[in-house]
Write a protein that binds this ligand. Sequence first.
Ligand code: ATP
Length: 283
Amino acid sequence: MSVALTQTPATGGRFRPPVPTPPAEVLQAINGLPSSTIISTRDLGKSYANGKPVFAGLKIDIKTDQRVALIGSNGAGKSTLLKCLVGLLPLSDGEIMTLGETFRSAPSGAQLQRLRRQIGFVFQHHGLVGRQSVLTNVIQGKLGLPGGWRAWHHSLAREDWREEAMAVLAEVRLADKASSRADQLSGGQAQRIAIARALIRKPKLLIADEPAASLDPAVGREIMTIFSDLAAEHGITLVYTTHDMEHALNYSDRIIALKAGRVHFDLPTPMVDRQQMEDVFHG
Ligand SMILES: Nc1ncnc2c1ncn2[C@@H]1O[C@H](COP(=O)(O)OP(=O)(O)OP(=O)(O)O)[C@@H](O)[C@H]1O
C-alpha cells in the first residue's frame, strides 16, 4: 500500500519502473468510488492466428462508475483487449467476468445477448447510416433490445423511444439536427450522434475505441468532454482506448497502460506523471 501512496502525483517526475496496482481500498479511498466490480480478468491471454501473443497474464479489475483510459502505443493491444473484455473477440487464455457474466474463451450466445443489452459501443468511425435521419440513427441504438425491431425507423418507434432519442440528442447538444440526414454532419457532430445512439441503450458500461482519433484537436477535446461528463452524470462506467496522452490524463479517473503485452501500470489518474506516460509511448 505504501508504495502506491508515496508516488509523486502529476507532472514532471523522473521515470520509475512499472508501479504495482494499489489495492482496491486505496483506489476507492482516492477516487471515492464504490467497490462493486464491473470487469475482472484473470490470467488473460490473447493470440491471433499467427500465434504471436498480443498480451498474456493480464489481471485487471474495473469498478463501477470509473472512467478508465486504456493506453499504449500502436499495436500494443488496446482494441484487442477492449473487444475481449466484452466478448467480441475470443480469448486464448484466462477468464473474464464482465457485468456478472463469467466466461473463458468466449461468452455463450445467451451471455453475449445479456452483455450487449447492457453495453454501449462507440468506435473511431461512427458507423451512422448516412442516408437516414439523425433521429432514426439514434433510435437504432435500441436494436437488439426487447422490441428492438421497432427501432429500424423512427416512424415505427414507440413514442417514448422518440422522446428518449430527443432527450439524448439534447444531452449531446444536437437536438436541432434530429431531422437532418446523418451524411450532412461534420465528423465531430457524427461522433456526438454515435454517443447519443449508445446512451439511448441506457448502458451500464460504455466502451469507446479511439473515439476521438480521427477528429481535429479541438473537436477531439469536445468529444472527450462529452463522454467524460455524461458518464459521470449517468453513473456509467466508461472504458476508452486512446494514444493521446492529454485524452488519458484529462478525462479519466484511472489509467491502465499496456506495453509489451503486459500491464505496465494501472493507477488513479492523479498519480500518473507525464514521464510515466512518455515511457509507455516512447520508452
Ligand atoms: N484480426 C487480426 N489478426 C491478426 N493480428 C491482429 C488482428 N487484429 C490485430 N492484430 C495484431 O494484434 C496486435 C494488437 O493490435 P490492436 O489493434 O489490438 O492494438 P492497438 O493498441 O489497439 O493499436 P492501434 O493503436 O494501432 O489501434 C497488433 O500487432 C496487430 O497487428
